[in-house]
Write a protein that binds this ligand. Structure first.
Ligand code: UT7
Length: 315
């Protein structure tokens, strides 16, 4: 049995903040941000929105569009590192709001690689626990952990949510997936602060070191995954990567000898939305009309931890 992606939906907050707007309060410029990252703008949530409310909006759209019987959803797995409550999990909040009973429901935190960790769990649920459907969500409210006075990180992130529905399929779907973590990197990308104190929690990053790790790990992980399944990189129709920096993707694409035209890039409009970036990019590819059933997709991500992951599937 395979886990096949049968639907996707997204939620992006209404407010769009341009590079020009950021440069009014930070010592930065639209030109610098575009040249070094490929980012033009980002969506930022409103005061009354949360990671949970964004996840719910994406899932409501998805279930309404698909007209799914909630009782057939066997698992809800939410990737996030910006939940505004410690408990219940966003997955359980979704179960409550959507009327889904008896589901295996939990949140996973693997930072920007979180969506692939969630996908791996959803794949296991379908293959080994007979779930008919598994609801997988990537959501992050990065603006809530951004240090808005730090130009080296404030320009990089955005907010959003993406949900996909996996369905058990006898013929095709997810072919292979690998996720892992490193025994170093904790200090290079982290959120400082403490949920048990009133101090704000803000993100800090050694951008150069993270960049180096990302290029190396995105390449080797994808290469190893494809080789272990005997898949020629040339047979990949679309690469749908985590959207941290356009230059990172360009380096990896060159090493991989894959046409840049097959690499989906959405950081210009969304910036880095952490766990939401892959499902947002997948949905934008779907909306473009270029993605058709049977296409081969390669997902890849890296993030704080360090964590990393890659997956290959037939759409
Ligand atoms: O999702 C996973 C986590 N994130 C990432 O994958 C991000 C990985 N890293 C990166 O994308 C890049 O390292 C950055 C975009 C963060 C930074 O680009 P860079 O080319 O590595 O720049 P840098 O940090 O070496 O900084 C170069 C210069 C510095 O000035 P000096 O020391 O050369 O005078 C910075 O102070 O650019 C300056 N700078 C800025 N200038 C204008 C840093 N941020 C900005 C800014 N606007 N926003």
């Amino acid at each position: 049995m395979f886990a096949r992606i049968v639907a996707s939906q997204i939620y992006l907050p209404q407010r769009i903040v341009s590079n020009h707007e950021l440069s009014e309060s930070l010592d930065t410029s639209h030109e610098w941000i575009v040249k070094r990252t490929g980012i033009h703008a980002r969506h930022i949530l409103a005061d009354d929105e949360t990671a949970s409310s964004m996840a719910l909006s994406a899932c409501q759209r998805l279930l309404a569009e698909q007209n799914i019987d909630p009782s057939l959803i066997g698992s809800i797995i939410v990737a996030t590192s910006t939940s505004h409550t410690a408990m219940p999990s966003i997955a359980c909040q979704l179960a409550n709001s959507l009327g889904i009973n008896d589901a295996f429901s939990l949140d996973v935190n693997a930072a920007c690689s979180g969506f692939l960790y969630a996908l791996s769990l959803g794949n296991d649920r379908i293959r080994h626990h007979n779930d008919h459907y598994s609801l997988i969500v990537g959501v992050d409210a990065m603006s809530r952990i951004t240090d808005w006075s730090d130009r080296s990180t404030a320009v990089l992130f955005g907010d959003g949510a993406g949900a996909i529905l996996l369905k058990s399929d006898p013929d095709t779907g997810l072919i292979g997936i690998r996720c892992g973590s490193e025994s170093h990197g904790e200090e290079l990308l982290r959120v400082h602060g403490n949920l048990h104190s009133s101090q704000p929690c803000t993100l800090s990053m050694d951008g150069k070191e993270v960049f180096r790790f990302a290029v190396d790990r995105l390449y080797t992980t994808s290469q190893n995954l494809l080789a272990s399944h005997g898949i020629d990189p040339q047979s990949i129709d679309w690469v749908v990567p985590h959207q941290a920096n356009s230059r990172i993707l360009d380096y990896v694409t060159k090493q991989f000898d894959i046409s840049p035209l097959r690499v989906v890039k959405t950081m210009a409009q969304h910036a880095n939305t952490s766990a939401a970036s892959i499902p947002l990019a997948l949905h934008s590819l779907r909306d473009s009309g270029k993605l058709v059933r049977g296409h081969r997709l390669l997902f890849k991500a890296f993030g704080a931890g360090f964590t990393w992951g890659a997956a290959v599937c037939e759409y």
